[in-house]
Design a protein around this ligand. Structure first.
Ligand SMILES: [Zn+2]
Length: 227
């Protein structure tokens, strides 16, 4: 697969943009979600906003904006982190045909519930596990940085076992601080294989806002070198 940010499907670019926006602007876990129709057009978006309400998960915001006319069986949810039990239940009630997540959540991830019993299986929602290693590891590193900074260490061993390199990166390297300072962006610009990140066009977001994502020379691999 081509090694560049631009090679990522636009749905992933948008979902990740929403995740970074939540991570930086709302100081929330980096979770963003978009719903596309069967043709791949984004029809709804959501970002993690649990700092304002405990149930304001990215998927819930995206579900709330889904048009009534959407062909739900052909629709797809793209979310940066595997849905929790609440969002898996909401996915069932929305009757969407597909869910893709960029990274697993070894603690709260609950897409297994979509196979739990006859009621949950009824919608035959196809679960698409992570398939883009660079995106998966960047998401995990940001999740870990956020969790460690907030003192959420209870599930640390599970995250470390899942993605040890990204775990170490998130624990030891301050990606959030570098993002805020522009350090990650400057590094990205120095490396032609790391194109600038386009901020998601979320409702209310400033169109001029730009967040640059890259990866400086360090033990963590270039996020797009093996996408
Ligand atoms: Zn959730």
């Amino acid at each position: 697969m081509k090694s560049s940010w631009s090679s990522l499907p636009i749905a992933w670019q948008d979902a990740f943009g929403l995740a970074v926006d939540s991570y930086l602007r709302r100081d929330a876990a980096p979770i963003g979600a978009v719903v596309t129709d069967g043709a791949g057009t984004i029809v709804s978006r959501g970002g993690n906003a649990i700092s304002s309400h405990r149930l304001a998960h990215a998927e819930m915001e995206a579900f709330a904006g889904v048009p009534a006319t959407l062909d739900r069986r052909a629709a797809r949810l793209f979310v940066t982190v595997e849905p929790c039990p609440m969002c898996a239940g909401a996915l069932r009630m929305m009757q969407l045909g597909n869910v893709h997540f960029a990274a697993r959540d070894p603690a709260a991830g609950a897409t297994r519930l979509l196979q739990d019993d006859g009621f949950m299986r009824e919608i035959r929602c196809a679960v698409h596990a992570p398939r883009i290693p660079a995106l998966e590891q960047v998401v995990v590193a940001l999740v870990i940085e956020h969790r460690m900074r907030k003192g959420h260490t209870r599930w640390q061993p599970a995250w470390e076992a899942y993605q040890p390199v990204a775990f170490s990166f998130g624990r030891l390297w301050p990606p959030r601080a570098l993002m805020r300072s522009g350090g990650m962006g400057r590094s990205a610009l120095r490396r032609s294989t790391n194109p600038p990140f386009r901020s998601a066009s979320a409702p209310g977001a400033s169109p001029s806002r730009r967040v640059m994502v890259g990866c400086p020379a360090n033990p963590f691999p270039d996020p797009w070198s093996y996408v």
